[in-house]
Design a protein around this ligand. Sequence first.
Ligand SMILES: [Zn+2]
Length: 140
Amino acid sequence: MDCIFCEIVAGNIPARKVYEDDHFLAFLDIRPLNLGHTLVIPKKHYRWVWDLPMGDEPDNIGQYYKVVAKVAKALKKVFDIEQVKSVVLGDEVPHAHIWLIPAFENDGHGGAINFKKVKKIDEKEMEWVASKLNEELINK
Ligand SMILES: [Zn+2]
């Protein structure tokens, strides 16, 4: 296996998980564009977001987006913000993933997302966000 996200799902590579169920996982991006930048992925390896099934499968695209929405709402609540940007590209890691990026005033992105603006965020802040999101997302 050489897919880094499959390794995270398998527990072979550590990640700051903020949500997990039988089919989906959300964790903080290690190269955050803002504090709280979260990746939501299906546990099964799909190359692209649009490869997820459309039928009654438990990991269908509708279920995926429900999890994405759940995490986005938790981010809004934790930071008390209006907007969480979402991005579907898929080039960086060949395993389906959706980015959720909290938008803050004067966050250096100029009202959009500047993909070069990777933030240096200290471990304590990352831990704080992960634990706040965990509180919001566990049993909800
Ligand atoms: Zn994978």
